[in-house]
Design a protein around this ligand. Structure first.
Ligand code: PGA
Length: 271
């Protein structure tokens, strides 16, 4: 069964002076079995968060990485600079697509760099409201997944632990969410693309997260869907109480999956 992942995207919030304290509060509020917890603070807060949660089993991620290994790229951050600071990276977030002009082709290059550097990628995809209204949401997202994964083979993506976050753009920071059923349908559509361009094993193993105005109150609607494996959380991830509720609900799903896993093993088969 796929793992359950709750990833916190702190966006452009916190400073190196206060990020550690927030991370400690979140760590203390989210000690639950079976859930992979990832905090993605701004670059400059990575070290503070990493130190603060070193003994807490929380993993740390960056919110972006440059596609080149090094060079004349003023203001950019390379994968090598993240070594020792982050083990995950968010790629192609819709705010970067909007504000930094990131395209699927660029995300594809960043993904290749992340995989080559041992950073576990969370690749973000999601349609605009106009796409959903026009009935083209699944086609748009399928194109994004194809573009972001182009030329990368299934074994590399599997070994690198690819994660996809489905984040409808109209749901990010708006208080509106997709329905659980719509998110599950999109997750299934994403998996069928993964099977086509990668392999059935890649489709089966890749966690698909939902993102967009996730809170403790609504996360259950997504986590009850077997095809959804967690959440990418923005605004609510800055609030330890919200994170407590989100991760507690995620632990219910993780525990249920572990029970199904155990039951599906042959009797007396040991570990
Ligand atoms: P939100 O952000 O939870 O504040 O909507 C989610 C995201 O942008 O990843």
């Amino acid at each position: 069964m796929r793992p359950v992942v709750i990833a916190a995207n702190w966006k452009m919030h916190t400073t190196p002076a206060d990020a550690g304290e927030l991370a400690v509060a979140i760590a203390g509020a989210t000690r639950q079995p079976g859930v992979i917890r990832v905090i993605c603070p701004p670059y400059l807060s990575l070290d503070a968060v990493r130190r603060a949660v070193a003994d807490e089993g929380i993993e740390v991620g960056a919110q972006n990485v440059h596609h080149e290994a090094s060079g004349a790229f003023t203001g950019e951050v390379s994968a090598a600079m993240l070594a020792g600071l982050a083990t995950w990276v968010i790629l192609g977030h819709s705010e970067r697509r909007r504000d930094a002009g990131e395209t699927d082709a660029l995300v594809n290059r960043k993904l290749a760099r992340a995989l080559a550097s041992g950073l576990r990628p969370i690749v973000c995809v999601g349609e605009q409201l106009a796409d959903r209204d026009a009935g083209t949401a699944e086609a748009v997202v399928a194109d994004q997944v194809r573009g972001c994964l182009a030329g990368l083979d299934a074994e590399t993506l599997l070994a690198g632990g690819l994660v996809i976050a489905y984040e409808p753009v109209w749901a990010i920071g708006t208080g509106r969410t997709a329905s659980g059923a719509d998110a599950a349908a999109m997750s299934a559509a994403i998996r069928s693309v993964l099977a086509q361009v990668g392999s059935p094993a890649l489709a089966e193993a890749t966690p698909v997260l939902y993102g967009g105005s996730v809170t403790a109150a609504n996360v259950g609607e997504f986590l009850i869907e077997p095809s959804i494996d967690g959440a990418l959380v923005g605004g609510a991830s800055l609030k330890p109480d919200e994170m407590a509720g989100i991760v507690a609900r995620a632990a219910v799903t993780a525990t249920a999956r572990a029970v199904v896993d155990a039951a599906s093993r042959p009797a007396g088969g040991g570990a």
